[in-house]
Design a protein. Structure first.
Lengths: 182, 269
């Protein structure tokens, strides 16, 4: 059995001894000081460098990706542009063709109308001329016929009709002669 | 060694030998001074505290003094610990401002942990933190920082309000809550911070002692050997359990410190 001397009562375990407090404070103080001034700055620097190295690599990859994306975008834009250009040209050509056709059609129309108009004018002129010459001829013929009729005896109907027949024959003759002369 | 300092193992007291179980007592936490330096009686736990400090510094010096971008094994392990406190405690609890308090929290966590781990280190075999002086020292430091930050950040009136008046409650409850809150923040918090760590380590040490002594005490007869083996198994299990508790208590101590700092930095309402 353990024997304890009465004078050597154990200390209350909840009462701190001041040397323990001093040593405890000293321990944490030393550790804090060295961590604060020396060790943690070093490791933080290393960690920062590591982070930068990793992020640097990632940034590089990101930059490359961005560049590739941009190139693709540019390429697409250009393709689109070319497509637009082609469409535009085609459209333009079509429009031009249509315009040309329309123009030519118009021109043809105009020419046709001109020709027709010219034909009409010519016919009209011919007709007028013919009418005029006919009128003149008729007048002349009428005068001639009247003169003949007046010159001959007018009482005899048979004669009269003979005169007329003769006149007509003469006319025919004349026309034939004109035809032959032509 | 004086007779009253005799270890239980040397008592030659066994089951059925007409002598009682030599239970661990407060004497298990008393140490003869190794030497006396002026008023200081330098004892074993003090030496262990200093050695623990040297170990923490040595480990991190070896790991971090020439920190490399591509870490070696030692640096990797140390970085995990550092990152655990930095991210898992400082940033998690305090937030963005926590970066300033990382050195303090890292120091506290690893010092407390190492002082706790002494409990299971051969020839040490007592947690330094089961001596109330060491938890008190650390809690005192935390308390001073807590108070300083509170008044520095909020001014005198704001600081008092920060300590006494929790926000967002119905008005009438403040009559009741203000004194409670003041007591809690200014006195109870540092006290429990120290005593929680002390109590856990103290009790853990006693538990291990109980079964270790029982292992020895029950040895000697056939029946006793069964008891002895059981006790030994319990000792081993409890040692494993203590390893867990040691880390947990270091974590709790650090998290609470971070919580107090976060509370101090909180804007006055």
């Amino acid at each position: 059995m353990m024997m304890y001397l009465a004078s050597d009562e154990p200390q209350n375990p909840l009462l701190p001894e001041w040397p323990e407090i001093v040593i405890g404070l000293f321990c944490i103080g030393v550790i804090y000081f060295i961590f604060r001034t020396r060790l943690l700055p070093t490791i933080n620097k290393a960690l920062e460098e590591r982070r930068e190295a990793i992020e640097g690599g990632m940034e590089k990859a990101e930059a490359a990706e961005a560049e590739a994306k941009q190139t693709l975008e540019e390429y697409r834009a250009r393709l689109e542009e070319a497509r637009h250009e082609a469409a535009r040209l085609r459209e333009e050509a079509r429009e031009q063709g249509a315009a040309l056709i329309a123009q030519m059609r118009e021109e043809g129309q105009r020419q046709r109308e001109e020709i027709i108009a010219a034909g009409h004018a010519q016919i009209e002129a011919d007709r007028r001329q013919a009418a005029q010459s006919l009128r003149q001829d008729i007048g002349r013929l009428a005068t001639e016929l009247a003169g003949r009729l007046v010159g001959e005896s007018l009482e005899d109907h048979a004669r009269q009709s003979r005169v007329i027949d003769r006149f007509l024959d003469e006319l025919d003759e004349r026309a034939r002669a004109a035809e032959v002369a032509k | 060694m004086t007779p009253d300092q005799t270890l239980a193992f040397e008592t030659d007291c066994h089951l059925f030998h007409d002598c009682g179980y030599p239970a661990p007592s407060l004497f298990s936490f008393e140490f003869e001074p190794l030497f006396t330096l002026g008023p200081i009686e330098f004892n074993k736990p003090m030496l262990m505290a200093l050695l623990g400090t040297v170990f923490v510094l040595g480990f991190f010096w070896a790991a971090f003094a020439r920190a490399k971008v591509v870490p070696g094994k030692l640096q990797m392990v140390a970085e995990m610990g550092y990152d655990f406190v930095r991210r898992g405690i400082a940033r998690e609890v305090i937030g963005k401002e926590g970066e300033r308090y990382v050195p303090l929290l890292v120091s506290l966590f690893f010092l407390v942990w190492v002082l706790n781990i002494w409990a299971v280190v051969p020839f040490g075999q007592i947690p330094v933190t089961s001596m109330i002086g060491y938890p008190v020292a650390l809690a005192l430091l935390v308390w001073v920082i807590y108070m300083t930050l509170t008044f520095q950040r909020n001014g005198f009136v704001g600081g008092i309000r920060n300590l006494c008046v929790p926000s967002g409650l119905p008005r009438w409850i403040y009559f009741l809550l203000t004194p409670v809150e003041f007591l809690s923040n200014v006195f109870v918090r540092p006290f429990t911070l120290a005593v929680r760590l002390f109590g856990n380590m103290f009790a853990g040490h006693v538990l291990i002692l109980v079964f270790t002594i029982a292992t020895w005490y029950t040895l000697g007869s056939i029946v006793g050997t069964f008891y002895s083996v059981t006790s030994l198994t319990m000792t081993l299990i409890l040692t494993g359990f203590e390893l867990f508790i040691q880390a947990l208590q270091a974590y709790v101590f650090t998290v609470l410190t971070a919580t107090y700092i976060a509370g101090a930095l909180e804007e006055a309402h």
